[in-house]
Structure formats: C-alpha cells, structure tokens
Write a protein that binds this ligand. Structure first.
Ligand code: SF4
Length: 98
C-alpha cells in the first residue's frame, strides 16, 4: 500500500489527516515512478494499492498507476471516498500486459 498523498477532501471525525498542514514534500511524479520501478526490481510483480489521504487529489494518480501497471504490477485505487465511506465496489484496477 502506498499513500500517494496525505491530501484529503473528506472530513471524517475519526481521522486527523485532514487536520494537518498540507505537506509540501510529497514525492514528485518521477520520484513515484522511480519508487515503483525499484520496488518492482526488488520484489518482482506485486499487488499495489494506491491510497492516501485521497489518492485522486493528485492529478498524476492515474499516470503513476498506469506506469506501475506497465511494470507488471496489479494496481488498485479505491475511489471515490465520500465523507469517509467508500462506495460499494468502487475500485479501479490497472493491469499491464500479461
Ligand atoms: S477519507 Fe480517509 S484519509 Fe480522508 S479524512 Fe476520511 S479516513 Fe481520513
């Protein structure tokens, strides 16, 4: 599981992520792609869940998920999260070429 961002647009009472200052030191798009590449070389194909915060708050969430899938990973992003409740069955899965 990779917390792509700590940004979140929900305000769940049991969670304090949204109360924190927005971090300004998140990995860049290229750094995330490099991280997935390194993990792929160390671990082989693995299942990757990209989450947050709310992962889709980052505009590059789909780009990095597609990159990971092209590396041979099975990638899941749970979405949308509305007020802390994931809607039933609402996951997006990316799979690269077999
Ligand atoms: S959606 Fe998740 S990260 Fe966002 S406030 Fe709720 S529990 Fe925290």
């Amino acid at each position: 599981m990779h917390k792509l961002t700590l940004y979140c647009n929900s305000r769940c009472v049991h969670c304090d992520i949204w109360k924190k200052e927005y971090p300004d030191d998140e990995l860049t798009t290229m750094e995330v792609k490099c991280l997935y590449e390194q993990l792929r070389s160390w671990l082989g194909p693995y299942n990757l869940v990209i989450t947050g915060g709310e992962a889709l708050m980052r505009t590059d969430a789909i780009e990095v998920a597609v990159h990971a899938a092209q590396l041979g990973l099975i990638v899941d992003i749970p979405f949308p999260i509305a007020e802390g409740e994931q809607l039933p069955g609402e996951w997006v899965q990316f799979q690269g070429p077999a």
